[in-house]
Unconditional design. Structure first.
Length: 282
């Protein structure tokens, strides 16, 4: 699986006039609407993607803050981005790929074969001195047809068992895993048996993904090796996709728990562990 594309390779595709669709997925917890930032400057031709309304569904709190969108809804959004069947798609953000990875995972999940995350995100593009344009891009309506989900997914009733037979990865910050802080969700801690592997550690200091060998070493330290059954969760299923991408770079397949901690913690009957180790139920 080819997960990443460099700014040089993306620029070369554009210079050759090859068909490539670029999606700008600006989002962060403290600034979920990225329209203003995208309008102020984006990669030429990039179409803004609204994570909250287009890359997530809506449901009960027990489903989590960002449940997966229905296939038909995502297909309608993808057509509004100008996507056609067979397109090469590049996704990026200004967060090291942490929100763009949600688009990467969803499009792959629904059958888009050639979708890449821009390594280094928007900052790498700007730092390379490549052109930036302002305004809003509204492409012609696309005709893409998405398929039913193909990537492995686990639900709230099945996710804890992954820790018994494989590796369940908590991709949140270490202090949230330990239960020392919980700024968003109703309970603090982690799913019993889960190991901590914060998403931010997938990246180097300059915001690019670590090399495959570095990522393999990082995940091996967390007890993950090729051939293990692996599932990943985070706060609400967004940054977990980044860790799934990093695992793919390392040659390791992983499932997503879409509801993540926001779903688990909204089920009072589900056990919770605290501390900096997988720990016991509380």
């Amino acid at each position: 699986m080819t997960v990443l594309i460099s700014v040089d390779d993306l620029s070369a595709l554009q210079e050759r006039g090859e068909r490539v669709r670029i999606l700008d997925v600006r989002w962060r917890l403290d600034r979920p609407d990225g329209r203003e930032d995208v309008a102020a400057g984006h990669i030429p031709g990039a179409v803004y993607v609204d994570l909250e309304s287009q890359l997530a569904g809506h449901g009960d709190a027990r489903d989590g803050r960002h449940p997966l969108p229905a296939r038909d809804d995502l297909e309608g959004a993808a057509r509004s981005w100008g996507l056609d069947d067979g397109d090469t798609v590049v996704v990026y953000d200004d967060l090291g790929g942490m929100s763009a990875a949600r688009a990467w995972w969803l499009l792959r999940h629904h059958g888009v074969q050639d979708v890449r995350i821009l390594d280094g995100a928007f900052s790498a593009w700007r730092n390379a001195g490549l052109p930036v344009e302002e305004g809003v891009v509204v492409p012609p309506l696309g005709t893409i047809t998405l398929v039913d989900g193909r990537a492995p997914v686990v639900g709230v009733d099945d996710v804890a068992a992954i820790a018994d037979r494989g590796v369940l990865v908590d991709a949140r910050a270490a202090e949230r895993y330990a239960g020392d802080v919980e700024p968003i969700d109703p309970r603090a801690g982690h799913i019993p048996g889960a190991v901590s592997a914060p998403t931010a550690d997938n990246l180097t200091e300059d915001g690019r993904f670590r090399s495959p060998s570095e990522l393999r070493d990082r995940f091996a330290t967390a007890g993950i090796t090729d051939g293990d059954e692996v599932a990943v969760y985070c706060g609400s299923g967004v940054t977990a996709a980044h860790t799934i991408a990093a695992l793919a770079v390392a040659g390791i397949d992983a499932a997503l728990f879409p509801g993540s901690w926001s779903a688990w913690s909204n089920h009072p009957d589900r056990p919770v562990a605290t501390g900096d180790a997988p720990g016991a139920s509380r």
